[in-house]
Design a protein around this ligand. Sequence first.
Ligand code: NDP
Length: 494
Amino acid sequence: MSTATEQRTFDSLNPATGSVVGTHPVHDAAAVRAAVAAAGPAAEWWAGLGWAERRRRLLDYKAVIARDIARIVTMVHEETGKPKADATLEVILTITHLDWAARNARKVLGPRRVSPGPTGLNIAATLEYLPLGVVGVIGPWNYPVFTPMGSIAYALAAGNAVVFKPSELTPGTGVLLAELFAESVPEHPVFRTVTGLGETGAALAGDPGVKKIAFTGSTATAKRVMAACAQNLTPMVAECGGKDALIVDADADLAAAADAALWGAMSNAGQTCVGVERVYVVDAVYDDFMRELTGRAEKVRAGEEYGPITMPGQIDVIRRHIDAAVANGKAVLGGPESVRPPYVDPVIVEDVPEDSPAVREETFGPTVTVKRVADAEEALERANASAYGLAGTIFSGDRRRAMDLARRMRTGMTAINSVISFASIPALPFGGLGDSGFGRIHGADGLREFSRPKGVSRQRFALPGMNLTSFSRGQAELDRLVRLVSFLHGRRKQ
Ligand code: NDP
């Protein structure tokens, strides 16, 4: 970081080459306060535009992104080191979510009449979901477009303004996303980006003008952000990564399962919150599965199929996990020598004790542990024995059995016979439980996450002899109500 004459700045670096991609200001607490203050009136203006105009603007933003895809892809490629093809897929996925959020916001959140029930015959009951105001988004570096936009697109569609603090590793991507938005919404700073390090994020989380924080990152930082939010009772969504398991049942398509396990574990250098970190394979097919997996994995190389480790400090975590796994388990492919910063080649280790950091902690690297289990029940038990609970995968030839296992998997999402497919379905909510956090982005739940329910009960006419909320109420009115309630609710069902 450099200390310029007036404003501190920091550089974002290309993790593959170490060259400077861009220099950005460190926005301090005063700058964050100013951004949030400006976003307040912008939020009111944006909310006042109404559903149809907001939808039009968001679909226009989507078109701007689609037209400028190459520019965004280049920025993501340079800041994260991931291959351009992966960055392209990430942006395309984002476009489908933005489209869904824009098109479905009114249907999910708009005013609707709800039944007043038999005791409210004279009441018209209306429910609608109103925007919160200014939403603060604190984003990660691993999918610097898709992940924060999972909050930003849904928050904007719900009628909020957004102040976005991207990771210090990917500030250029964050700045670009807001710049492109201003092409569709030039009038007010409805979506703006503040850049900086952890303190900038902390200032955003602690700003009383922010009405909700959407955070993606580590569990430890989520706790710090939550503590900052507590000062103002600011609610938050926390998406904190995981230790996702893939289960291979005896009747699974083993070639497909191995292909998915490999891609789920190694793509994006394993820096995926819903990446596959543990595999549990039923004994009957274990050896065949391992043959399929290693045969494919031998052809995958860091620097070709996937990029470098984006965050330099993560190399130490990955190395520690590999060392411990290999010391107590059996390396099937790669090992400590696979770590050649900034790259890590694929590492597969079997028979790793379940209390090893490689099985318990998020590795966030291109490594996977594989364990032989007696049956799918044992696989599920081990999959669920994690402090995390984000997502998981099941490969099975039996649809009913797979659905049953999926329901009992202690995670927010489960993919069957595919990997990470839930993230590409905008209608499905995304989020975890336990150390993986709470709250949901994507889908109708993601839209509601960035709004507040508002209920209105309008009396259409007075019910003669039934004015119960009045000191003029008499015993006769109460008796009538008791008779009505015992008629409606007093019969026991067999
Ligand atoms: P962090 O949790 O430290 O950072 C995530 C975001 O929070 C970044 O924008 C970061 O800013 C910001 N931040 C950091 N400190 C504070 C604070 N006190 N208040 C508010 N915001 C803050 O994650 P890292 O990037 O350091 O990665 C560490 C680990 O987190 C990874 O190894 C991985 O296990 C996990 N992770 C999980 C992700 C997921 O998808 N769930 C994504 C990224 C990481 P800045 O970058 O400027 O410090």
